[in-house]
Design a protein. Structure first.
Length: 539
């Protein structure tokens, strides 16, 4: 039968009507109180069963999770909007104090209204007196006088209250919404979030504008009231921007920016961005450039203070160091998702390989299909420990990586901060635990695991999707044998960021780098050589 345009129009209208009815049945419907309590019970049970708990994570959630989750029952029972249920799930997830784990929306699930705004002032945490933390003004919009009422801020002014609430209490109100594995990371994120207005934080924290109570260095107290604007509309003054005096940019990639010192110094700066998808190709490009330019004998300052995670850090380090080192190890928690996880990795392998592995995942698949399944059949709680994801080495290796055939021959100095973590934490642990480079600055964010399992939560009564939820299902082990999650490797020479040094922090980092590099050979801090233990006892 011939289909007319009228028939097509009617069919489309019916389809649209059905779709609209379906969406109306789900959007704005966060289930019944019984649905939500059953959801809470399910997540509780699976968290206990699946999680690779770390004894180092701040708050010791393994001992307190069940009690803390029970404290959210009323919140789940009364979460009668999509936004309330999403925030209740966020609080539940964050009870585990694991930076990697998040709650996200899914198609057909709850759909809280999304928004993200920024106050035109930026704060940072003063780490000089940790575990006591102070928040201070680190930057502000160039138009601050037009965007605010009250006093004009100065860099270093101390935050004492937000909207009339003492800053410590306001930070405690924010903490349940912030993903973190360490206290240092919590305060880094708090400093950032305290000038943001986001759908991922509870409405009790916000109003149309925000008032900061501040105190100047001379003790003068004043208020600053600002309105929120779009994040991309802020024009930061750049007080906290990186400046490498005496260096010239020589190469830029998605992974790093390379700077070369002016003569006579033979020093390179790698301003590292991430260990992302292009990290190996960009590292190869670095080695080709350094070889062609005669830079392989230069010392390297690896600046990881604003870097992120990814993979293949051992690959990178084998080219930055002239000494062998032990890589990180990892394992898998045996649980109800072990077999589904194996099938997921198998599917990835069939679809083109596991990109973070040098052999496209062949060693990983063999280990999962044999060793991990054997551990599951034997009822063991964890799989055997193997070099991390078998990305660089086989399962029977002791984890020792040798320098690549083409590598830098100078000394390595590294700096980190609580800005980033994950694979950056692994890189820092490999440098510090093996003592193959001098480290200055702050610990990284202190979060790293082997894998996460992400699942779409559903209401048991209807099967309707709610949101995605993640679990940490494996440990990363440092070269010294300790679990890495919540246990960042500490720098040899601490240099915390403070309100006094925030504007000159990178100058001070370079001063420390040069002070180390200028030490005569043979002095106590001029070389390497501390042994690495692998029995979990640390250094």
């Amino acid at each position: 039968m011939r289909t007319t345009s009228r028939h097509v129009f009617l069919a489309a209208a019916v389809a649209i009507t059905i779709l609209a009815a379906t969406l109306a049945a789900t959007a704005g419907d966060p289930g019944t109180p019984a649905d939500r309590l059953a959801l809470l019970d399910y997540v509780d049970a699976k968290t206990i069963e699946r999680t690779a708990w770390s004894p180092f994570t701040v708050g010791r959630p393994e001992q307190h999770f069940v009690t803390a989750a029970a404290g959210l029952r009323s919140e789940f029972e009364h979460a009668d909007t999509d936004a309330k249920l999403f925030l209740a799930l966020t609080k539940l997830s964050n009870l585990r104090h694991d930076r990697h784990l998040s709650v996200n929306t899914v198609e057909g699930g709850i759909a809280p209204e999304r928004f993200s705004l920024q106050a035109p002032v930026q704060f940072r945490a003063d780490y000089g007196k940790a575990p006591s933390y102070t928040l201070f003004v680190a930057d502000y919009d160039t138009r601050i006088k037009d965007l605010a009422t009250g006093g004009v801020p100065e860099i270093g002014d101390v935050l004492t209250a937000v909207n009339g609430i003492p800053v410590d209490r306001y930070a405690a109100m924010m903490a349940p919404y912030i993903r973190h594995s360490t206290a240092d990371k919590l305060w880094w994120e708090t400093a950032s979030a305290i000038s943001q207005k986001s759908w991922r934080f509870g409405p009790e924290l916000y109003r149309d504008d925000i008032t900061y109570a501040l105190r100047r260095a001379n003790g003068e107290a004043y208020n600053l009231t600002v309105r929120y604007i779009a994040p991309d509309a802020v024009r930061w003054s750049g007080f906290s921007a990186k400046v490498y005096r005496g260096f010239t940019k020589a190469l830029e990639t998605p992974t790093f920016t390379l700077h070369v010192a002016s003569a006579p110094r033979k020093v390179l700066i790698l301003d590292w961005k991430s260990f992302g998808a292009s990290a190996t190709a960009d590292t190869d490009r670095l080695m080709a450039f350094a070889s062609a330019q005669g830079l392989l004998d230069h010392d390297i300052f690896f600046d990881g203070t604003t870097a992120g995670g990814g993979a293949r850090g051992a690959y990178v380090l084998a080219r930055l160091s002239s000494r062998p080192f032990k890589t990180t190890f990892g394992n898998l928690r045996i649980s109800d998702v072990t077999e589904p996880f194996i099938r997921e990795v198998q599917a990835a392998r069939r679809g083109g390989g596991v990109s973070e592995a040098a052999d496209a995942g062949a060693r990983l698949i063999e280990w999962l299909e044999n060793d991990v399944r054997a551990a599951a059949r034997a009822g063991r709680p964890y799989s055997p420990n193997v070099p991390f994801k078998l990305a660089e080495l086989p399962k029977d290796s002791d984890g020792t990586m040798k320098p690549a055939s083409v590598h830098f021959r100078g000394r390595l100095v590294c700096a980190f901060s609580s800005f980033g973590g994950s694979h950056l934490d692994q890189f820092a642990a490999m440098v510090i635990d093996n003592d193959i480079g001098y480290t200055v600055g702050m610990p990284a964010g202190g979060y790293s695991n082997t894998w996460e399992w992400t699942e779409t939560l559903r209401f048991a009564s209807s099967g309707r999707p709610v949101a995605s939820f993640m679990w940490n299902i494996g440990h990363t082990l440092r070269p010294n044998g300790q679990i890495l999650e919540g246990n960042a490797a500490l720098p040899r020479e601490p240099l915390p960021m403070t309100r006094e040094n925030s504007r000159t922090y990178y100058d001070r980092l370079l001063d420390r780098v040069f002070a180390y590099l200028d030490r005569p050979a043979g002095t106590a801090e001029s070389g390497h050589g501390r042994p690495v233990t692998t029995d979990g006892s640390g250094r």
